[in-house]
Design a protein around this ligand. Structure first.
Ligand SMILES: Cc1cc2nc3c(=O)[nH]c(=O)nc-3n(C[C@H](O)[C@H](O)[C@H](O)COP(=O)(O)OP(=O)(O)OC[C@H]3O[C@@H](n4cnc5c(N)ncnc54)[C@H](O)[C@@H]3O)c2cc1C
Length: 394
């Protein structure tokens, strides 16, 4: 059967693919998007607890992990959070800022998917779901893409197939295989923004505190995040832990400041002066969840009255409270991770056009690349910005 021709074929109808398609379509390019999932934008739908944290007004290169920390700058500078907010407002989608520049829909993430699909439709970009890519070849006349819905021929091919997180939502390693097929280097992938698991003594001692939440400052490999931590049956989660998980690898030192914003040594000295007859666990229960305070004093801290603690004992307690060494054994993996770290090496991709330096006409956008954002709307902003950059030239 004769192939169907288009100018731009986009693999993946997620955040980056749809943005790329609507941008290229607006330039008058004939665009076809294919996705093997049964509907477009599944991760957008499940994002932000159903309200899609669609951008972060404070987005900068510092909010991303990549072997080349400068790579994301060009695309981010040319499509900013304000640009995406403009589109959201044109579609009359009400939004609000939650905290730290994080913008969410007032109603539902469905509105963001609907907006992107409407923009694609207006720009004449076609979106096919339930369409599995079987093979990709490059000839003198462009790319030949064999799919479960027939053969396509296109001048440009955009890989927007995302990372490995949440396989049940359609995630696949397809983009990495395609990159390898065309001679691109891959950087090792691992789960990011993911709960950490505990084992041994730490797991035993904390397991029954599942559900306890507290503000902490999590430190690892020179990075730190202050936010809530949640104890779970198998380990630890919550925004502070999800954030630091992207910087943690097995064997790395992970420390928790359990009294963030407070000088633990000063505070303990003051408590000793003011409430010397009280047990350490009692004064700790004023600033930590009671059950956690008890557990700490059962296993790690002296379970005595403050006035019985001499200077070295107080200093030791302060050090433990401000730099608690939690031994994580692993992560919950791609099943629950929000993102995939690593991926297609940016060294062989243009930072301004997202075009392959090896294969003219081949583009990589979004999470498939080795660019991973923090929690808080940064990953979508990267998807919009990289999709827009490629859509402007593909
Ligand atoms: C639970 C959860 C919540 C999240 N919440 C937020 C949030 O609130 N804010 C934020 O900024 N980020 C959030 N993220 C991260 C964000 O969803 C991703 O970083 C972003 O979707 C990446 O965009 P993408 O277009 O590169 O990939 P995706 O959005 O994952 O899209 C890739 C598309 O490619 C398709 N595909 C994959 N393989 C193939 C194949 N072989 N053939 C055809 N199609 C294929 C997939 O079906 C999918 O539709 C969240 C992630 C998860 C898992």
């Amino acid at each position: 059967m004769a192939p169907r021709h288009c100018d731009v074929l986009v693999i993946g109808a997620g955040a980056a693919g749809l943005m790329c398609a609507l941008t290229a379509g607006q330039r008058g390019r004939a665009v076809q998007v294919v996705d093997h999932a049964n509907r477009a934008g599944k991760k957008i739908l499940m994002s932000g607890g159903g309200r899609c944290n669609f951008t972060n007004t404070g987005t900068s290169a510092g909010n991303f992990l990549s072997a080349n920390p400068h790579f994301c700058k060009s695309a981010l500078a040319r499509y900013t959070p304000a640009d995406f907010i403009d589109m959201v407002e044109r579609h009359r989608i009400a939004w609000h800022e939650k905290e730290l520049g994080q913008l969410f829909c007032d109603e539902s993430s469905k509105q963001i998917v609907r907006m992107l699909l409407e923009e694609c439709q207006q720009a004449g970009a076609q979106v096919r779901t339930g369409c599995t890519v079987e093979s990709v070849e490059r000839g003198t006349d462009g790319f030949r893409v064999r799919t479960s819905q027939g053969l396509f021929q296109s001048a440009s091919l955009v890989v927007a197939s995302g990372g490995l997180s949440i396989p049940s939502m359609g995630a696949s390693g397809f983009g990495y295989e395609l990159a390898r097929q065309f001679g691109h280097a891959l950087l090792p992938t691992r789960a990011g923004l993911v709960p950490l698991t505990l084992s041994g003594k730490h797991q035993e001692r904390f397991a029954d505190l599942s559900g306890v939440a507290l503000p902490v400052e999590a430190h690892c490999n020179g990075q730190h995040f202050r936010n809530f931590m949640l104890l779970t049956h198998r380990g630890i989660s919550g925004p502070a832990i999800l954030q630091i998980s992207s910087y943690w690898q097995p064997g790395d030192d992970l420390r928790l400041d359990l009294l963030p914003g407070r000088d633990a040594a000063d505070w303990l000295q003051r408590m000793k002066r003011e409430r010397g007859a009280s047990a350490l666990r009692t004064v700790l229960a004023d600033v930590l969840p009671k059950r956690l305070a008890q557990r700490l004093c059962e296993h790690w801290l002296p379970d005595r009255a403050l006035r019985q603690l001499d200077e070295p004992a107080l200093a030791q307690a302060a050090a433990l409270l401000s730099r608690f060494p939690l031994v994580a054994s692993g992560t919950e993996g791609y099943r629950t991770a929000e993102v995939t770290l690593g991926g297609v090496d940016t060294a062989q991709v243009s930072s301004s056009t997202l075009e392959s330096r090896r294969v003219p006409g081949l583009y990589f956008v979004g999470e498939v690349l080795d660019v991973t954002g923090w929690l808080g709307g940064y990953n979508f902003q990267w998807a919009w910005a990289s999709g827009h950059a490629a859509g402007g030239v593909a």
